[in-house]
Design a binder for this molecule. Structure first.
Ligand SMILES: Nc1nc2c(ncn2[C@@H]2O[C@H](COP(=O)(O)OP(=O)(O)OP(=O)(O)O)[C@@H](O)[C@H]2O)c(=O)[nH]1
Ligand SMILES: [Mg+2]
Length: 288
């Protein structure tokens, strides 16, 4: 799977990240519980030594609970603190609030105020998380990447201030496996990838790792292995048809991706702690 990236934009995002860091006492890195590894910003790793960084897993309601526990244990080793939340219902928020109030920081603003910057990939739930922490709709959220355009400072009770920032991606998406995972969870704008290619990659992943998911949801034959054939079957069974009765492959792929994102294929985590940090170069030949 190939995705077109804009290096100029990436460089700008990196520069902004560094500038904003000077304004805050600590950082909250929001990670997607379905792809804890691919949603980590490599630039943040270098900064952890200088400033406390807390990792927050969102979308835990859509992720495999067992794997979320494994990821929390691993991330705990790298971050000043970790938490898992559902930014829609507020599950895990009280624990996170306590954590944020208690991490030791060097205060830049004197007094008791602690200012935290919330960073993460597009569409991961940064603004939703801030709204949950404040208990009101202080920031705009939306079901697509790129909703937050500029930074916004939000004050919380208890002398906490949170800086909401636009989502950022970085050029590590040269790796086809990571590009697939970032696109499938919705971190990448729809216009930049081919839905049939992404849908086929998702089918390949599921047939290899969770062989029951597709037959259960769409009643397709479990022995079928060809991704395009499976997409066609999904389309036929779900009524994604063009004039004349031919299957609309594009619509079938979009439906599959939508079902995945809504958790209708089950609670799925696409990355394991055992394979963290591995660049799966073999992905392209084997899985797409
Ligand atoms: N199921 C589920 N959905 C979530 C969760 N957190 C956020 N969402 C949804 O994910 C979408 C993106 O949320 P936002 O808060 O706008 O994400 P963001 O990181 O601020 O996105 P940008 O500003 O575009 O970078 C919205 O449709 C939210 O409702 C979660 O924990 N679980
Ligand atoms: Mg936002």
């Amino acid at each position: 799977m190939e995705i077109q990236w804009y290096p100029g934009q990436m460089a700008k995002a990196k520069r902004l990240l560094k500038e904003n860091l000077k304004l805050v006492d600590a950082v909250v890195e929001v990670l997607d519980a379905r792809i804890p590894d691919s949603s980590r910003n490599p630039d943040i790793r270098d900064l952890i030594a200088q400033q406390p960084v807390v990792a927050v897993l969102t979308h835990t309601d859509l992720a495999d609970p067992q794997r979320t526990q494994e990821w929390l244990a691993v991330l705990q080793q790298d971050y000043a603190g970790v938490a898992a939340v559902n930014a829609m219902t507020g599950e895990g928020i009280r624990y996170l609030l306590r954590l944020l109030k208690n991490i030791p920081v060097k205060r830049k603003y004197g007094g008791k105020l602690r200012r935290l910057m919330v960073v993460g990939i597009p569409n991961v739930g940064k603004s939703s998380l801030i709204n949950r922490l404040t208990g009101r709709s202080a920031t705009h959220t939306g079901n697509k990447p790129g909703v937050t355009k500029g930074k916004q400072l939000v004050r919380l009770p208890g002398d906490l201030e949170l800086l909401d920032t636009p989502g950022i991606l970085w050029p590590k998406m040269e790796n086809a496996g990571q590009a697939f995972r970032l696109a499938v969870v919705g971190a990448v704008k729809d216009e930049i990838y081919n839905p049939v290619e992404l849908g086929a990659a998702l089918v390949s992943y599921l047939t290899a790792h969770l062989p029951e998911a597709l037959p259960k949801r769409y009643r397709i034959a479990p022995e079928e292995k060809d991704p395009h054939k499976i997409l066609t079957d999904i389309g036929r069974r779900s009524g994604c048809l063009q004039k004349g009765g031919r299957v609309d492959l594009d619509a079938a792929a979009r439906l599959l991706i939508k079902d995945f994102r809504a958790g209708r294929l089950g609670r799925i985590t696409l990355e394991t702690v055992e394979r963290r940090g591995e660049s799966d170069e073999s992905f392209q030949q084997n899985d797409t």
